[in-house]
Design a protein around this ligand. Structure first.
Ligand SMILES: Nc1ncnc2c1ncn2[C@@H]1O[C@H](COP(=O)(O)OP(=O)(O)O)[C@@H](O)[C@H]1O
Ligand SMILES: [Mg+2]
Length: 266
């Protein structure tokens, strides 16, 4: 598989059927998830709490999707998990380790990658320079990882010497995801990776995200395209006003009448 060694570890068959579609996430299982933002409460600076005991988690090689209305706190939850926001109570744990107090940079060193919702590429730099910047914490040879990113997103190889700002929306998102993969993360956090792209490009990006997850990298992503995102989600979270409103497998949420009526347009 093209991206088979972007991650640090190969996918371990932990007693479940292979393939992301065969995965059956057990909610509230006994074992500690790979990454968890656990009952997080917090806000910006000295401002009011935006998150209220919000919990999101993702297991190894799984896709967890956060959906919900505008202003629900989805991006804030992502920032909290990545260490860009003080959590006033609650904790963030990665692979069992409490990382609540770590800086975002330290979290990257621990295996987390984050693609923020906006300003996620350097538009005046070339595609290849963006990927090189992505590898900033690495001191080893990055050529192999870059080749893997180009395998995953062949158009980026073709356009590697073009300024990233000249690319289409979907291609820019590929640059952003590729840049985050350059640190060889074990968990990739994506805030609205398909924002502003056509349905065809969205499907294509989702396919690439599934491909990344199949290599064993955990995906925690926020999506506006709730229905399509829940279709590929092992676990889904509906956030409303900074709180967990609904949690379940993607399938469960897609079938839930309340979720359908309020968040999926019926
Ligand atoms: N940098 C910030 N400083 C202060 N408040 C913010 C900031 N970013 C977002 N907010 C507020 O936090 C709330 C949730 O925003 P956000 O997490 O961006 O929602 P979503 O991503 O679900 O659309 C909103 O009320 C928003 O105004
Ligand atoms: Mg947002």
């Amino acid at each position: 598989m093209a991206a088979s060694s972007i991650g640090l570890e190969p996918m371990a068959p932990k007693g479940r059927p292979p393939g992301i579609f065969g995965a059956r996430r057990r909610m509230g299982g006994m074992s500690e998830p790979f990454l968890i933002g656990d009952t997080m409460t917090g806000g910006y600076g000295k401002g009011p709490d935006i998150l209220h005991e919000c919990t999101v988690k993702v297991d190894k090689g799984e896709i967890a999707v956060i959906v919900g209305p505008n202003g629900a706190g989805k991006s804030t939850a992502m920032k909290a998990v990545f260490g860009m926001l003080d959590v006033r109570s609650g904790a963030v744990r990665l692979n069992g380790e409490d990382i609540t107090k770590l800086s975002p940079q330290a979290r990257v060193a621990k295996g987390m990658g984050f693609v923020p919702q906006t300003s996620n590429i350097f538009t005046s730099m070339t595609v290849e320079e963006n990927l090189e910047m992505g590898a900033f914490i690495r001191t080893d040879d990055i050529a192999g990882t870059m080749a893997q990113v180009y395998d995953l997103f062949p158009i980026l190889k073709e356009k590697r010497n073009q300024a990233a700002g000249e690319l289409s929306g979907g291609q820019r998102q590929q640059v952003a995801v590729g840049r985050a993969l350059m640190t060889q993360p074990q968990v990739l956090m994506l805030d609205e990776p398909t924002a502003g792209v056509s349905p065809i490009v969205m499907d294509e990006l989702f396919d690439r995200i599934i491909e990344v997850a199949r290599t064993g990298i955990s995906i925690l992503m926020v999506e506006q395209n709730a229905r399509q995102a829940l279709e590929i989600a092992d676990t889904g979270y509906v956030l409303v006003q900074g709180r967990n409103a609904h949690t379940g497998t993607g399938k469960e949420l897609l079938a839930d009448p309340d979720v359908r009526k309020s968040f999926l347009g019926g």
